[in-house]
Design a protein around this ligand. Structure first.
Ligand code: GLC
Ligand code: CA
Length: 542
């Protein structure tokens, strides 16, 4: 058997700390809250926890705007709480993955506070400044959060670059002093015994803004190799880069072990299967299942031994998968199990976003007053000005807005779903009487146990970790693939639609590994699939 890195057979669970568990009634999730739920996570079986940012931040972008990388946001707790979390997690065989946001800082970070004072301040060159063109910004680069990426600063009569909100000025990675400071900070966290980093929009750090190159800039991989050498390369940790524009060929540059950069990256090609090509994420079209199959199969087969896949359906920036690729209502758990079985038996490291394992669905709003997310609010302002109606804008927010997945975790059927004894920072707009963790734990056939079983399978079975992947021909809405390893073949079939479908097995079934169907109608090669049926079976040897 091949020797695995621990992260090749582990499952990562993502926590959005603001919304996981509040411990003191202020309506905001916190570190003591997370500690109090570690046993729940251990029961699920996960081995790594990715925490969205918990550092000091004015929260213009919910922690992705950091004002002190070595301090904990007071709302979340203290450094002592953080140290305790690391220790308590370790006791349960869970490693902590810190979210590293180093493309930009907050404008309230002392570096930026100094930099904006004068053109000759020693920190000036930590950021990216330029003169305007007459009354216009240096060029027409736009921010991911709408509008110009340049903000004018009257005191020094120059513009600074911000690819996200204007409270998130971009760091100048060309400045060696910036890189040294960041590596120092990373080593500070590594010394605490963390399990790795998730690197926020890391494909932007090699940018050449004056040539309008943002992603995959010329120096990007040189910086990452330097970062690896100076920091985590010396530790047995995992690293995952957030890389929106990555193709499988680009992903190999990051994750080929010979290149000493990252363990893996997140790819987002899968997230375009319900978006009008060439348009923005808000411009939706019906989910194209054949396209999803082709994209995932391409990633599975192209990376081979020269890279490693990450497997995920959703996160804090994306809608919840049941609402997006499955079905709410009566088929909620069924479709959630289907999507879980489909993804978790592929090759790569699976990620579960908090609440996915109990089948949470999108938070919905009726007015802009209920929206907290800066990206949605900026989009609304821009599109309303362009003539979209409020109803259209709200529909976009309810479908693709980031608050859809950021509502508080549903723990039980008590007040505020057990998340807080106070008023939650973002309202609970879901049916928490039906969807909650306590109920999921009490029902032996709940989606929670599908996830638990899938996690256990990966840990125990080298085929799931190492098996070759082959996409099988099937009806358009049926996703079927095989994994094979050392003479054994696992077949996975999932019907990603509300219509019945038929799939013909290539040969007889030896045993059923996991399914969301009640019976397999065995002894028959022709399988009749009900909506969202999924199964994984070991086939008889050829
Ligand atoms: C990443 C984060 C997102 C954040 C952005 C800017 O995409 O996942 O939440 O807004 O980077 O830091
Ligand atoms: Ca709190």
């Amino acid at each position: 058997m091949k020797q695995a890195h621990w992260w090749q057979s582990a499952i990562v669970y993502q926590i959005y700390p603001r919304s996981f568990q509040d411990s003191n009634g202020d309506g905001i999730g916190d570190l003591p809250g997370i500690i109090s739920r570690l046993d729940y996570l251990a029961e699920l079986g996960i081995e790594a926890l990715w925490l969205s940012p918990v550092y000091a931040s004015p929260n213009d972008d919910n922690g992705y705007d950091i004002s002190d990388y070595r301090a904990i946001m007071p709302e979340f707790g203290t450094m002592a709480d953080m140290d305790k979390l690391i220790v308590e997690a370790k006791k349960r065989n869970i490693r902590l993955i810190m979210d590293l946001v180093v493309n930009h800082t907050s404008d309230e970070h002392p570096w930026f506070q100094a930099a904006q004072k004068s053109k000759d301040n020693p920190y000036r060159d930590y950021y990216i400044w330029a003169d305007g063109q007459g009354d216009l910004p240096p060029n027409d680069l736009t921010s991911v959060f709408s509008g110009s990426a340049w903000e004018y600063q009257a005191a020094t009569e120059q513009y600074y670059l911000h690819m996200f909100s204007k409270k998130q000025p971009d760091l100048n990675w060309k400045n060696p002093q910036v890189r040294v400071e960041i590596y120092d900070m990373m080593n500070f966290w590594l010394a605490k015994g963390i399990g790795g980093f998730r690197l926020d929009v890391i494909d932007q750090i090699g940018k050449e803004p004056f040539r309008k190159i943002i992603n995959n800039g010329p120096q990007l991989h040189a910086y990452l190799q330097e970062m690896n050498r100076e920091t985590f390369g010396k530790y047995d940790v995992m690293t995952v880069g957030e890389t929106w524009g990555a193709t499988p060929e680009i992903a190999k540059l990051y994750s080929n072990p010979k290149r000493h950069e990252f363990s893996m990256v997140f790819q987002f090609e899968t997230m375009e299967v319900d978006q009008v090509p060439g348009k923005e994420k808000w411009d939706s079209r019906p989910f194209d299942v054949p396209q999803l199959k082709n994209i995932l199969a391409k990633w599975q087969t192209t990376l081979g031994d020269e890279g490693w896949n990450s497997l995920f359906w959703n996160n804090h920036d994306l809608p919840r998968v049941i609402s997006r690729f499955g079905a709410e209502g009566i088929l909620r758990e069924k479709s959630g199990k289907c999507l879980a079985i489909l993804l978790h038996l592929m090759k790569g490291t699976p990620y579960i976003y908090q609440g996915e394992e109990i089948g949470m669905v999108n938070r919905q709003v009726n007015s802009l007053a209920e929206v907290a997310d800066i990206e949605s609010l900026n989009m609304a302002q821009e599109r309303l000005a362009r003539g979209f109606t409020m109803a259209e804008v709200l529909a976009m927010i309810n479908r693709m807005g980031r608050d859809t997945a950021r509502s508080p975790f549903l723990w039980n059927d008590q007040l505020q779903a057990g998340f807080t004894t106070g008023t939650p920072w973002l309202s609970i707009t879901q049916d928490y009487l039906t969807i909650n963790a306590q109920r999921a734990l009490e029902q032996p056939d709940s989606i929670f146990y599908t996830y638990q079983q899938l996690i256990a399978l990966r840990k125990a079975w080298p085929l799931v970790v190492w098996g070759d992947f082959t996409l099988l021909a099937s009806a358009p809405n049926v996703f079927a693939y095989e994994r094979s390893y050392q003479g054994e073949t696992l077949l996975i079939v999932a019907n990603l639609s509300k219509e019945a479908a038929v799939f013909t097995l290539p040969r007889a079934v030896e045993r059923v590994v996991i399914t969301n169907r009640s019976a397999l109608n065995d002894h028959q090669l022709e399988l009749h699939l009900a909506p969202y049926d999924a199964l994984a079976v070991v086939l008889e040897p050829v």
